[in-house]
Design a protein around this ligand. Structure first.
Ligand SMILES: Cc1cc2nc3c(=O)[nH]c(=O)nc-3n(C[C@H](O)[C@H](O)[C@H](O)COP(=O)(O)O)c2cc1C
Length: 154
């Protein structure tokens, strides 16, 4: 299956996690990583499964590298019919009121433009004990296992 791991980051944690996911899944899937800063929403394809990894900055806002993508998506307003995605949020529970709201906002925006979310949004707390890859790799592996092994659609 073609899988794109698309990350939105401010200081690099989401990029490192996206690369960990890529390393864990390569060999099983045709997988690449792209910074959302380098992606036009029009390039999303129904032949690819999209995994968004996104942190939160400011007061529950998207990180800098995700903002132009989100602004363009909000401007165009639709056109993501047939796009399937999963979303993983990085954040810090010290920010209790806005914990991982960047990934939440991104998921809501994608759905409002017609994309379909697969699986539950998963999150990681930077103040917690576990590593983000130890949460994210089993989570995304289980989601991808829902698809037929030789899916012709992807
Ligand atoms: C100035 C600042 C603001 C932040 N605001 C939030 C927030 O509102 N909610 C949250 O869950 N995490 C917040 N965080 C935590 C980051 O999301 C977390 O450190 C994350 O791992 C950063 O990932 P990145 O390097 O990919 O941007 C904030 C961190 C900083 C430094």
């Amino acid at each position: 299956m073609k899988v794109s791991v698309l990350y939105g980051t401010e200081t690099g944690n989401a990029e490192m996690l996206a690369d960990d996911i890529r390393s864990a899944l390569c060999g099983k899937h045709d997988i690449n990583c792209i910074n959302l800063a380098d992606l036009d929403p029009g390039a999303l394809s129904s032949e690819t499964f999209h995994v968004f990894v996104c942190s939160t900055y400011g007061d529950g806002e998207l990180p800098a590298s995700a903002k132009p993508f989100a602004e363009e998506l909000a401007r165009t307003g639709d056109g993501l019919s047939g796009i399937q995605f999963a979303v993983f949020g990085l954040g810090d529970a010290e920010y209790a009121e806005t914990f991982t709201h960047g990934s939440l906002k991104l998921a809501e925006l994608l759905k409002s433009c017609g994309a379909t979310q697969v699986g539950e949004r998963m999150t990681h707390d930077a103040s917690g004990d576990c590593l983000p890859e130890d949460v994210a790799v089993p989570w995304i592996s289980e989601i991808l296992n829902q698809f037929p092994v030789h899916s012709k659609e992807m």
